[in-house]
Design a protein around this ligand. Structure first.
Ligand code: MGD
Ligand code: MGD
Ligand code: SF4
Ligand code: MO
Length: 676
């Protein structure tokens, strides 16, 4: 195994590692290092589905590693909060100060006044839920419900299927019909695109359901562009069509499912015409979709995350995931559904976490960060420990998050690679390594693969890996022994079954049986107690104001008639790499909406509602549905004229299932900047 000490630090060498960023693909990387410095990042072949190429953003990752925003040493705040003035300190000083504060806060307020805050920095097994979990559990801090992403789709998949593994990339070619539903792989998982194209070449029909004409929508046989948040009526209309026209697979339903009658009853009111009217689409398009789906096999639905981020998102995902069951699409290669495969390994969190059971301390929904900082009182949040996350850029209701971060009596630690928007509000800043400087175990959630991430350069500045810093802090608080990162790696690996850990450590990758491509209802079955699909799970039946499969109407008003969405951008992963964006974020708007407001290309505009205002240029774009506007997710303050981003307009309402974020459920108005 390579470690920094035995890396070739002189001369030129190419080292194999993997990308653990929060992206489904989990690319194998080949990294060229010369004289200890990263010179080139390229793709490798160990993960076969990533086929030797990587995205442009990670190709440029050196710009983060050596960029001017990189954090090089620990520092403490000097001067008023948010001014961004810090003084360098040693690691000892920084960690002692944090340990002292944690103890003080526990003495005065109780440990639940401390809120650890982490999410998507790395998708690996080592940088989260390991020594950090041991520390915070051991200390008894508040717990974080990590619901910002995939909570509604996850709740739906859990409820219906107990999280069954999905169809993987290499089986797309067997499908005769592919439906990309609320997903844009051209930005968010580029290695899927050639598999879709190959399927099309082999004769598959392609349908895309997205309010934007994404690159694949432009090449599809059918593009259905619903108003955001209306996927539930669309999916229920498909169910109704199947049931009413005797196209439902009654045998499969009887043998493998429960709850079909309840689903059917909920779908009964959604005629094609009614659903089409609510979604703002032609009834003929919906009828065509229904006919195509009913008559084609193998048919594959790729359910993305764009459709979950609204008040109806959980029920929408459940209704979409129920389609292959009702239509009888399982049991053939290339048929069924695909979503996140992160559970496909069956590695339960507890398998690598510290053995101490999770304490029953306060659970804080991360989508309510602003509220938690400003309103929670029993006890109030006195310390926020941010790592693997840039909440000021990525959480809903940005202005409330900002107000909370400005609290003079809040002690905030930000453990980061670069000086993010959130870092500015820190009291103590800790510098983190990047995946080129630390170990990790990358787990794809598209392809089913585990890969070893290894340090290929020495840590830049005084940056240190999560595993080490959290265990050192734990040792200062007498909660365990300090551990070096390779020890944590071996400990985590030892908890994964030997047949997986062996190849992972020796060859750098492990792929499960079925060569990573299980057929649903042949190789994998629902993990529900009776192995049946539960089409109307009791646990979900009454969640949300309208219950499972109950539709909550569009909240648009005359004042705020436009639906704002904020999809993934090819330039960043969430807000990661946002510091390298050269140009401002652009609000995409249909010509019809622009004309109605007298707006021309590149005009500076205000996008506003009662929560906030974003000032940025407008881009007139016929690829977006009229009535919908779009501004990329993950922008930093510096990427708009006034420092606010789309999240300043996103309410912190929760989705119907899973208490997820409603990023695509903002309603706004747009006007020329300077005109009121
Ligand atoms: N380059 C890049 N890759 C990424 C990320 C990134 O930020 N950048 N993020 C990663 C992460 S964290 C995630 S979770 C995934 C997300 O990957 P995706 O599932 O692709 O998620 P989004 O881009 O949020 O949304 C996908 C599409 O849904 C559409 N959409 C919005 N609202 C609705 C709706 O109500 N209904 C329907 N049917 N469609 C809607 C959007 O227009 C968008 O084209 O990507 C991962 N990969
Ligand atoms: N408007 C809008 N907002 C969204 C979304 C949306 O669709 N629209 N999507 C949401 C989604 S899907 C997601 S997943 C969230 C993600 O939101 P976040 O969890 O905030 O993810 P990132 O923005 O990638 O920020 C991760 C940070 O972790 C840091 N980091 C990386 N590795 C390490 C490490 O090893 N140690 C430490 N200490 N730090 C590290 C990175 O430098 C980066 O700044 O954003 C959400 N925000
Ligand atoms: S972000 Fe995704 S596409 Fe880019 S290198 Fe990493 S895994 Fe591959
Ligand atoms: Mo995400």
């Amino acid at each position: 195994m390579a470690s920094p000490s035995n890396l070739e630090t002189w001369g030129r060498s190419t080292v194999r590692t993997a990308c653990p960023l929060d992206c489904p693909d989990s690319c194998t990387l080949e990294v060229t290092v010369e004289k200890g410095r990263l010179v080139k990042l390229d793709g490798g072949h160990l993960n076969p589905v990533t086929r030797g190429y990587i995205c442009a953003k990670v190709r440029r990752f050196g710009g983060r590693v050596y960029g001017e925003d990189r954090l090089l040493y620990p520092a403490v705040r000097k001067g008023p909060k948010g001014q961004g003035v810090f003084t360098r300190v040693t690691w000892d000083e920084a960690l002692n100060e944090i340990a002292r504060r944690m103890q003080d806060i526990r003495d005065r307020w109780g440990a639940e006044a401390i809120l650890p805050f982490c999410y998507g920095g790395s998708n690996g097994l080592l940088t989260q839920d390991t020594n950090d979990a041991a520390l915070f559990r051991g200390f008894g801090t508040s717990r974080l419900a990590r619901t910002v992403c995939a909570a509604p789709t996850g709740a739906a998949n859990q409820g219906l299927y107990g999280k069954m593994a999905g169809v993987t990339y290499q089986d797309y070619v067997h499908a005769r019909l592919i439906i990309l539903w609320g997903v844009n792989p051209s930005a968010s998982g580029i290695h899927l695109v050639p598999f879709v194209r190959e399927a099309q070449k082999a004769g598959a029909a392609l349908v895309v359901i997205d309010p934007r004409a994404t690159p694949l929508a432009r090449q599809a046989d059918l593009h259905v562009a619903p108003r955001p948040g209306t996927d539930l009526p669309i999916a229920l209309a498909l169910h109704r069509y199947l049931f009413e026209n005797r196209l439902a697979d009654d045998r499969f339903l009887a043998e493998h499912t429960r709850g079909a009658a309840d689903l059917r009853a909920r779908a009964a009111e959604w005629t094609i015409e009614r659903a089409a009217s609510v979604a703002g689409i032609e009834p003929s398009a919906l009828t065509r979709l229904a006919e195509m789906y009913a008559s084609t096999s193998p048919a594959l639905i790729r359910c993305g995350w764009g459709l979950e981020r609204n008040r109806n998102g959980g029920s929408a995902a459940a209704a979409v995931l129920a389609l292959p069951a009702v239509a009888g699409k399982f049991g053939v290669r290339g048929g069924g559904f695909s979503m996140s495969n992160s559970s496909a390994w069956g590695i339960k969190a507890a398998a690598w976490m510290d053995d101490t059971p999770e304490p029953n301390t306060r659970l804080v929904n991360m989508n309510h960060l602003g509220r938690a900082l400003l309103e929670y009182s029993d006890p109030p949040v006195q310390m926020l420990f941010v790592y693997n996350c840039n909440p000021l850029a990525t959480m809903p209701d940005q202005n409330r998050v900002l107000e909370g971060l400005k609290r003079e009596d809040l002690f905030t630690v930000v453990y980061e690679q670069v000086f993010t928007d959130t870092t500015r509000y820190a009291d103590v800043v800790l510098p983190a390594t990047t995946f080129l400087e630390n170990y990790d175990i990358a787990k794809g959630y598209g392809p089913i693969t585990l890969q070893l991430v290894r340090p290929v350069i020495e840590p830049v500045g005084e940056s240190r890996p999560n595993a080490e810093v959290f265990s050192e802090l734990a040792s200062r608080l007498e909660l365990g022994d300090a551990e070096q990162e390779p020890e944590t790696l071996m400990r985590v690996a030892s908890r994964i079954s030997a047949d997986v850990a062996g190849p992972l450590l020796e060859e750098g990758a492990a792929v499960p049986r079925h060569e990573g491509a299980p057929v649903q209802f042949v190789d994998v079955f629902p993990l529900t107690p009776d192995r049946k699909i539960d089409l109307f799970p009791e646990a979900l039946a009454t969640q949300g104001p309208a219950g499972l499969y109950g539709y909550q109407p569009d909240p648009a008003t005359e004042r705020y008639p436009l639906a704002l969405i904020s999809p993934a951008s090819e330039k960043t992963v969430s807000s990661t790499l946002g510091e390298l964006r050269a140009r401002p974020g652009v609000l995409q708007m249909h010509p019809v909406d622009a004309d109605a407001r007298g707006l021309s290309q590149d005009d500076p505009v205000r996008v506003f509602n009662d929560l906030g205002e974003v000032q940025c240029p407008v881009g007139i774009n016929k690829d977006i549905k009229p009535g919908t506007v779009s501004l990329s997710k993950g922008l930093w303050r510096r990427s708009t004229y006034n420092g606010s981003t789309s999240n300043a307009l996103v309410p912190d309402t929760l989705s119907d299932l899973g208490a997820g974020a409603c990023f695509n459920d903002a309603r706004v108005q747009v006007a020329l900047l300077g005109r009121h």
